[in-house]
Design a protein. Structure first.
Length: 291
């Protein structure tokens, strides 16, 4: 085959491979319903099997973390109501990151509940433009979602308070410019448990860690994010995706009576270390290739 013929074929193949990978929306676990349950204290799981959403219940109303896909909204609503709460009592909506699998449903939820939307500073323009200013996917129509107005701009280390609940927003960027890891303390049978909801430390296919004009500080942000994640005390290991922390496996244990199934400080450390190694290996590979 001549080069002239093979180059377009190669480009087509690469585009196809990328498109196939990027449409993880086709992963049935993203939309597969999952039983809602109380994790600890006033913290509940209300997401699908893979797209994690959390509910924090207080006497002054509810906080929801992650609206997920547009199609997730009815599932989340059903989970909230199955637990005995009113969807309209959601006062504050938070997200892990401004990718469509965590925030595409936000506009709908804000409209249905009248909740206020609190988003990390560097992700504000992304959610308010419906994904158009995303450094990687801004040009991808299939990654867009309904824009949603942000009511409060969060900064690294800010607290979100409602009733007796206090959540802290930690900037753990790189995956997005505003990737947010949420922490809070829960009390369960007299013990204080440190909760960490990891925002997303993965390097997606196609991410440029070296010479990224749209996000020049990307690799420094990842490094800072891993520094933060390693410094957070963690008893209850949770995250934006169920697969981060082994949701189905731990839930099976929870269901058979092990109420400590999600307490996993060692699993947290191991998983973060693995993600950091994957980042470092990719950075090394890209640095070598750019020389
Ligand atoms: Zn993402």
């Amino acid at each position: 085959m001549s080069l002239r013929k093979s180059v377009p074929a190669l480009i087509l193949f690469a585009a196809l491979a990328f498109a196939l990978h990027a449409t993880a929306q086709d992963d049935p676990a993203w939309t597969r319903p999952f039983p809602p349950f109380r994790i600890a204290g006033n913290l509940y799981y209300v997401g699908s099997e893979e797209l994690a959403s959390y509910l924090v219940a207080t006497p002054q109303g509810l906080i929801l973390i992650n609206s997920s896909l547009e199609s997730s909204v009815p599932l989340i609503r059903k989970s909230v109501e199955t637990l005995g709460f009113r969807f309209s009592d959601i006062k504050i909506l938070l997200i892990s990151q401004a990718h469509n699998d965590h925030c595409a449903g936000s506009a709908k939820i804000l409209q249905l509940t009248g909740a206020k939307y609190f988003v990390m500073d560097a992700d504000v323009s992304v959610v308010e433009s419906g994904g158009r200013t995303d450094f990687q996917y801004g040009g991808r129509a299939d990654m867009r979602y309904p824009p949603a107005h942000v009511d409060r701009v969060l900064h690294n280390g800010d607290s979100v308070r409602l009733g007796d609940a206090v959540l802290v927003a930690h900037l753990t960027a790189g995956h997005n410019k505003g990737t947010t890891t949420w922490t809070m303390n829960e009390t369960e049978t007299g013990k204080t448990l440190h909760v960490v909801i990891v925002g997303g430390p993965n390097v997606n296919p196609g991410y440029k860690l070296v010479g990224n004009k749209a996000y020049p500080q990307i690799s420094r942000d990842y490094e800072y994010g891993f520094h933060v994640l390693k410094s957070l005390p963690c008893d209850l290991f949770l995250g934006a995706h169920g697969s981060y922390f082994g949701l189905p496996q731990k839930y099976a244990r929870w269901q058979s009576g092990d109420r400590d199934a999600f307490i996993d400080p060692a699993g947290y450390k191991t998983w973060i270390a693995g993600r950091e190694q994957a980042f470092e290996a990719e950075l090394k590979r890209q640095s070598a290739a750019s020389q």
